[in-house]
Design a protein around this ligand. Structure first.
Ligand code: FE
Length: 332
């Protein structure tokens, strides 16, 4: 009855409908539940989550002006930039978003904002690699690593992000030489995901691998994979003239968001120190807000000095990165 009266009121007067935000999430809903609860508690605004792991842009395009989506949660600056270029996002300016999120981790026009960051790091065998033996990405091309490196495909967005960052730092010619050097050092043709490379180190197939930081947390949670995780050390290579390559998990507002104000409140909540802490802990990533410390487990892997090159500038080299990966036939 109460619902009916409220619905009648909403339909016949200017009273606002019940506040809610509709989220399309590339993240499993369980992972972001603590954030959703915190947001509703603080603002009284409800959330609805649809888990969309593939075809997010296509779905938004197909729904067009009738799309219920207010908020997009996804990973990787490449995906966020694709969504912007596809016209399915809208710009959001100001507030806690620009105050708390560094300019290098958000779109210059406000179309997407990094919420957390992940390092593209090297997992090194505790038994076969000495501490301090690998300190730069450039070093991965050194013949001393011949037959000792494992990695996933060169065409995966994670690899392309790193290669694009190398182009930004060293230029295309040096990056091609470097990429050829890394390929020459591979223990096997690229295959599998980041965790599969750590398993290969555990199994003795290679000594170092490229991977994202949060997989260490994810592997430690899994009874079988914990053994793999415990066989390696997290090391933080840097560019010779920069820091450790990072990418983001980010948030954006959908172009046709029906609940624009509430959606903006959600984005600002994500940038708040409280939400930054909860979210980063849930996904084993680093808060984008430099004033919020990472979780104890994440901190226990060591200090990260993130490369402070603009993600948008790096992403501009992704096409060239893919071309180089194909030119050196990286995947064999
Ligand atoms: Fe991942």
């Amino acid at each position: 009855m109460r619902t009916l009266i409220a619905a009648t009121l909403a339909a016949t007067t200017a009273l606002p409908a019940l506040a809610e935000v509709n989220i399309y999430s590339y993240r499993q809903p369980e992972l972001i539940q603590p954030i959703l609860d915190g947001f509703t508690e603080e603002t009284g605004i409800d959330t609805n989550v649809a888990y969309v792991d593939k075809g997010l842009v296509e779905r938004l395009q197909a729904e067009g002006a009738r799309s219920p989506a207010d908020i997009i949660l996804t990973v990787d600056s490449g995906r966020l930039i694709n969504a912007k270029e596809a016209g399915v996002l809208q710009a959001v300016e100001g507030g806690a978003l620009s105050d708390n999120i560094p300019a290098t981790l958000r779109d210059p026009d406000g179309y997407w904002y990094g919420v957390t960051t992940r390092g593209r790091i090297v997992y090194a065998s505790k038994d076969r690699v000495a501490e301090g033996e690998i300190t730069t990405y450039e070093d991965l091309a050194d013949p001393k690593w011949k037959g000792r490196i494992c990695t996933r495909s060169g065409t995966h967005p994670y690899t392309l992000g790193l290669v694009a960052a190398m182009i930004e730092h060293r230029g295309e010619e040096e990056t091609r030489t470097w990429l050829q050097g890394v390929k020459d050092n591979l223990a096997r043709d690229p295959e599998g995901n980041d965790r599969a490379q750590v398993k290969a180190i555990w199994a003795g197939e290679c000594d170092i691998s490229l991977g994202n930081t949060y997989y260490m947390g994810a592997m430690l949670e899994d009874p079988e994979q914990a053994e793999w995780a415990n066989s390696v050390r997290v090391t933080f290579p840097q560019f010779e003239d920069g820091g450790t390559h990072v990418d983001v998990s980010g948030v954006a507002m959908a172009a046709n968001a029906p609940n624009r104000e509430d959606a903006k409140a959600f984005m600002e909540y994500l940038a708040s120190p409280e939400a930054q802490k909860i979210y980063a802990e849930a996904v084993y990533e680093y808060p984008a807000d430099p004033d919020t410390p990472p979780a104890d487990l994440v901190q226990s892997w060591g200090d990260i000095t993130p490369d402070d090159t603009d993600l948008a500038a790096i992403a501009a080299h992704r096409g060239d990165a893919l071309r180089l990966v194909e030119e050196v036939n990286f995947d064999g």
